[in-house]
Design a protein around this ligand. Structure first.
Ligand SMILES: [Cu+2]
Length: 90
């Protein structure tokens, strides 16, 4: 799994630089997906996780890319993938 953080750097009124995490995009490897039905099952389970705004599944590579407004715990994503009937490999 790999995570990309989209950050916004700001300078607050006291002149202190702060960064906000706007969005995280994480790519997971999922085993067992073979067709469009698998894609929609995984998409709907993972989309139901709080904070998730987008789910993209690539059948050929078996990757699921999840965009969320906060970092997600891997266990949460693993449970959702498991619920759909597949296995999170990494
Ligand atoms: Cu399928």
């Amino acid at each position: 799994m790999s995570t990309f953080y989209e950050r916004l750097a700001l300078v607050n009124p006291r002149g202190v630089c702060v960064t906000l995490v706007l969005m995280t995009t994480t790519t997971y490897q999922v085993k067992g997906m073979t067709c469009g039905h698998c894609v929609s099952a995984v998409t709907s389970e993972v989309s139901a996780i709080a904070g998730v705004s987008d789910v993209q599944v690539d059948l050929e590579t078996g990757t699921v890319t999840v965009t969320a407004d906060q970092p997600l715990s891997e266990d949460t994503v693993r449970e959702a993938v498991d619920e759909a009937g597949y296995e999170l490999v990494s």
